[in-house]
Design a protein around this ligand. Structure first.
Ligand SMILES: C[S@@+](CC[C@H](N)C(=O)[O-])C[C@H]1O[C@@H](n2cnc3c(N)ncnc32)[C@H](O)[C@@H]1O
Length: 221
């Protein structure tokens, strides 16, 4: 889907999607070379375990999904979707280089190409702020649909209000999710937040959520 189609469908707030070229270098610079450690922290917060079925929404160039595939092993499965075909092309190349078994597909967060109840864990890092509110609501409804009853969702995003750090200032033109908006969205979307807090890098915050009617024991980290 082209950027103009995305915008006219109200699928993203962006006038400009991130470019796949230079994205990894940008992340490396913004994380002061700590990207690998920060990606591992995302997987720790999600309590990702061997054998789980994982989806990374707005996966960008695929670094997190590739790291996730090493955690879940051959008994598990990892998929990544992104609205940008260029991001998906780069993610596929990176997975080939890393010999990682990850299925990357171009798709929208608001229309996930997965069956109901087919996933254990959904990851959504630094993506929700790209979406207008209606699209965020649609995305969370889709996450709820594709998660298995015992499943969990981990969201990481720029959520300090007003935005302060370099990352969120840079991303402000793309949109912003204040932490309370994020909590309300999850609540209205039918999720129960089981853990939340500062992510430990800039203005990033995280929320780990499950489906409310299911008994949920937070796995050890
Ligand atoms: C800041 S990047 C984050 C990428 C990756 N999650 C990471 O942590 O590096 C946001 C990504 O969301 C994607 N995106 C924006 N709107 C989207 C939508 N409606 N559906 C799916 N992906 C979308 C963009 O193409 C971009 O790759």
């Amino acid at each position: 889907m082209s950027i103009n189609e995305l915008k006219s469908n109200n699928a993203t707030t962006l006038g400009l999607l991130h470019r796949a070229t230079g994205y990894d270098l940008g992340v490396w610079l913004m994380t002061f070379g700590r990207e690998r450690r920060l990606r591992a922290r995302v997987l720790d917060l999600a309590r990702l375990a061997t054998g789980e079925r994982v989806l990374d929404i707005g996966c960008g160039t695929g670094t997190l999904a590739i790291a996730a595939s090493a955690r879940v092993g051959t008994r598990g499965s990892v998929a990544g979707i992104d609205a940008s075909a260029a991001m998906i092309a780069r993610a596929r190349r990176k997975a080939r280089w890393a010999r990682a078994d990850v299925r990357f597909e171009s798709a929208l967060a608001q229309a996930l190409p997965y069956a109901d109840g087919s996933l254990d864990v959904v990851l959504c890092t630094i993506m929700l702020h790209h979406l207008p509110r209606a699209a965020r609501v649609a995305c969370l409804a889709e996450v709820r649909r594709v998660l298995a009853p015992h499943g969990r969702l981990l969201v990481v995003d720029f959520a300090t209000s007003p935005p302060r750090g370099i990352g969120s200032r840079f991303h402000r033109r793309h949109g912003h999710v204040a932490i309370e908006d994020l909590a309300n969205l999850l609540d209205e979307g039918g999720f129960r937040i089981v853990e939340r807090g500062p992510f430990g890098a800039g203005d990033l915050h995280y929320a780990l959520a499950c489906l409310p009617r299911e008994p949920f024991a937070l796995p050890e980290r």
